[in-house]
Design a protein around this ligand. Structure first.
Ligand SMILES: Nc1nc2c(c(=O)[nH]1)N[C@H]1C(S)=C(S)[C@@H](COP(=O)(O)O)O[C@H]1N2
Ligand SMILES: [Mo]
Length: 328
């Protein structure tokens, strides 16, 4: 995997769209003389649609798997992002219109130094790391994705939790004008099973504070060394690799320290199907999908699903004494 370092560029520079466009024009005009950068742009063009600017100064982070990466095209065109529709191709088709700047993230609740941050101010202090993680969707497919991000713990420490906050609640943007899925009525969502239930917008997810502080848990702002495509949750999304994909909430506008266990959108819609923990557990089947095996996108044969999605060594100790069958 190629990660290019451009020490002349900082996070705040790349995320300035005008500068990006100017730079792109410049690079196109410069043509083959800037071989490396031109190569990156060619790759971006070949990948089509919403690709994202190459991110500078990304270093390799810990916990990466050496399994083959799921190709960029699959990672960016086979998505769950219900705000943009229920088909896997809908997010890539419709999320391009989402305006990701200006973008504010409120970090509040039981913290001493909370507030509203522009996403760029929020990210700027941190060293961006590449983390190659497995992602396991409860629907039975999985991918290997080279995320770019930083530990959520770094941000939480910065806002100084007061001790009253035992959980962290995350919220996605609510903007039906930009998110067509949020305009849908309940009966359009027949796919969600008998109840025809619709998600209560905005999308909400939650973690226990120790899960949120775990070094595997990151906020991602990119993948494949580039700014996160909108369909993957731009400008900033959570990645919790030992839990089912739906816990990894996209396009976050609020991170709140709370004292009670938050109710996530899926848990609310179908409490019998989606629990708060949602740790990948091949021994507890979802009522509609077996969890024992999974299809890695791009592979033909199914493979066994591993406990905690293969991250048991890192996270099993968080759950000693907890009945993982009941606390699914
Ligand atoms: N806001 C929001 N976040 C979301 C979802 C969603 O519909 N809305 N889908 C979840 C599900 S079910 C999965 S499997 C992952 C998929 O992430 P990816 O499309 O980047 O692979 O995003 C999760 N985060
Ligand atoms: Mo999912």
């Amino acid at each position: 995997m190629l990660l290019r370092q451009s020490p002349d560029l900082r996070w705040s520079d790349v995320t300035d769209e005008r500068l990006y466009l100017r730079r792109r024009e410049f690079l196109q005009a410069a043509g083959a003389t800037v071989a490396g950068a031109a190569g990156m742009l060619a790759l971006a063009d070949a990948a089509g649609a919403q690709t994202g600017t190459p991110l500078p100064g990304v270093v390799k982070g810990p916990f990466s798997t050496d399994e083959p990466l799921t190709p960029w095209d699959d990672v960016t065109t086979y998505n769950n992002f219900w705000e943009f529709g229920s088909d896997k191709g809908d997010p890539a088709k419709h999320a391009g219109q989402l305006k990701t700047r200006p973008w504010t993230v409120a970090v509040d609740g039981h913290v001493a130094r909370g507030g509203e941050f522009s996403v760029d101010d929020l990210v700027k202090p941190y060293q961006l790391e590449e983390r190659i993680y497995r992602l396991r969707c409860v629907e039975g497919w999985s991918m290997v994705i080279p995320w770019v991000g930083f530990p959520l713990a770094s941000l939480l420490k910065r806002v100084e939790p007061t001790g009253k906050g035992k959980f962290v609640e995350f919220t996605t943007l609510h903007d039906p004008g930009q998110m067509p899925g949020q305009r849908r009525r309940a009966f359009d969502h027949g796919i969600l099973g008998g109840s025809g239930g619709v998600l209560d917008w905005p999308y909400v997810e939650g973690l226990r504070l120790d899960e949120a502080m775990h070094p595997l848990t990151i906020l991602a702002v990119g993948l494949y060394g580039r700014v996160l495509p909108n369909q993957n949750g731009a400008p900033i999304r959570l990645v919790v690799p030992w839990k089912y994909g739906f816990k990894s909430i996209k396009s976050i506008v609020r991170i709140r320290l709370v004292d009670k266990q938050p109710r996530g959108s899926w848990e609310k819609s179908q409490p019998s199907e989606y629990g708060f923990y949602s740790n990948v557990n091949p021994e507890v089947d979802h009522p509609r999908w077996s969890q024992g095996r999974e299809r890695r996108i791009g592979e033909f044969f199914k493979r066994r699903t591993l406990m905690f999605n293969g991250y048991a060594d890192q996270v099993a100790s968080l759950y000693t004494g907890l009945d993982l069958r009941r606390n699914y």
